[in-house]
Design a protein around this ligand. Structure first.
Ligand code: SF4
Length: 281
C-alpha cells in the first residue's frame, strides 16, 4: 500500500500561532475563550485541560477577566463590550482576517459590502460586525437577487466584494461571475480574500484525489475548510472518508494495493495526522 500525505495538511500559520500563544497565556491565570478556540475537539480538550474556559457569550464573562479572541475574529461590538467591562483581550485574530476587517471598515463608508461565505460561520459574523449597515452575505447563487434588492435600497452606487478566507476558490469565481451579471453596470470592486493556505490546500487535494483510489480527510465536522476539502476529494475519488481521528478508521476497508491520500484541515494538529497515518500503516 502506498500512503501519500498532503504537504499542506494540518495547522495553517494563523491556527498555529493561536494554539501556541493560547498555551502560553492560559498558564498565566484564569482565561476564557469566546467560542471554540479552533474547530477541533481534541485541541479544545487539551487546552481546557490546561485551564482554558470556553464560553459562548461575552456577557457571561465577569468584569476584569481575561478573554481570548480566537483566529476567526470577533465583531466590533465585542471589542467595545470588552473595553466597557474592563476585560483584558488576548487578541489571536489571524492577521489575514484582521486585514479584511480593516478593508470593510474603510470601504463601508461609500460601498455596499458583499461578503461571500457562510452566514453562520464565526469569521463571517466577525466581518459583518465591521461592515456597517449596508452589507449582504452570499452563500450561494440563490442569494444574489436579494443582495441586489438590498443594494438598491441602500442608495449606494458602488459594491465591494470580499470572501470568507476558507471559501471554495472555484465557487467564489462562479459566484462573482453571476454577481457581475445581476449587478450589471454597477461599479464592483472584487477582493478575493481567500487565504493562500486555503487555496494551496484545495489545489493539492484536487490533484491528489485524482491520483489516489482512496482519500482520508481528517478534521472536525464543524470545520468549514475541512468540509470543503472533503467535497473536493469526493468529486474525484468515490472512496473518500471524513474522519475525526484514528478511531474512525476501523470501519474502512484498506487493501494492500491501495494508494491512499491523507489530508487534513487547517485545525488539525500534526500529532493527530501522524496517528492516522500510523494506524493505516
Ligand atoms: S486559513 Fe488563513 S486566514 Fe484562516 S486562520 Fe489560517 S492563515 Fe489565517
Amino acid at each position: 500500500m502506498e500512503i501519500i500525505k498532503g504537504k499542506y495538511s494540518g495547522f495553517c500559520l494563523g491556527v498555529n500561532y493561536t494554539y501556541k500563544k493560547a498555551k502560553e497565556e492560559i498558564v498565566k491565570g484564569k482565561t476564557y475563550c469566546l467560542g471554540e478556540i479552533i474547530h477541533n475537539n481534541q485541541v479544545i480538550k487539551e487546552l481546557e485541560g490546561m485551564g482554558m474556559i470556553t464560553i459562548d457569550n461575552i456577557e457571561s464573562i465577569n468584569d476584569n477577566s481575561r478573554v481570548i479572541f480566537r483566529a476567526h475574529g470577533e465583531p466590533l461590538k465585542n471589542y467595545e463590550y470588552a473595553e466597557k467591562h474592563n476585560l483584558e483581550i488576548i487578541d489571536l485574530t489571524c492577521g489575514r482576517v484582521k486585514l479584511i476587517h480593516n478593508k470593510v471598515s474603510k470601504e463601508k463608508n461609500d460601498s455596499f459590502i458583499l461578503i461571500i461565505g457562510k452566514k453562520t460561520h464565526p469569521e463571517i459574523i466577525g466581518t459583518i460586525g465591521f461592515s456597517g449597515d449596508n452589507y449582504y452575505v452570499i452563500e450561494n447563487e440563490s442569494n444574489i437577487k436579494d443582495a441586489f434588492i438590498e443594494f438598491k435600497k441602500s442608495k449606494l452606487n458602488k459594491v465591494y466584494v470580499v470572501s470568507q478566507t476558507t471559501f471554495s476558490n472555484s465557487l467564489f469565481d462562479e459566484l462573482v461571475n453571476k454577481i457581475k451579471k445581476v449587478f450589471n453596470d454597477t461599479l464592483i470592486k472584487i477582493d478575493k480574500t481567500i487565504c493562500d493556505a486555503t487555496e494551496k490546500r484545495q489545489t493539492e487535494v484536487f490533484n491528489l484525489s485524482k491520483s489516489c483510489n482512496k482519500m482520508i480527510v481528517i478534521g472536525s465536522n464543524n470545520s468549514s475548510n475541512t468540509i470543503e476539502l472533503y467535497n473536493i476529494a469526493k468529486d474525484n475519488c468515490k472512496d473518500t472518508y471524513f474522519v475525526e481521528d484514528e478511531t474512525n478508521l476501523n470501519k474502512i476497508k484498506f487493501n494492500k494495493d491501495d494508494v491512499v491520500g491523507v489530508v487534513a484541515g487547517a485545525s488539525v494538529p500534526k500529532y493527530l495526522i501522524e496517528k492516522v497515518i500510523k494506524y493505516i500503516e
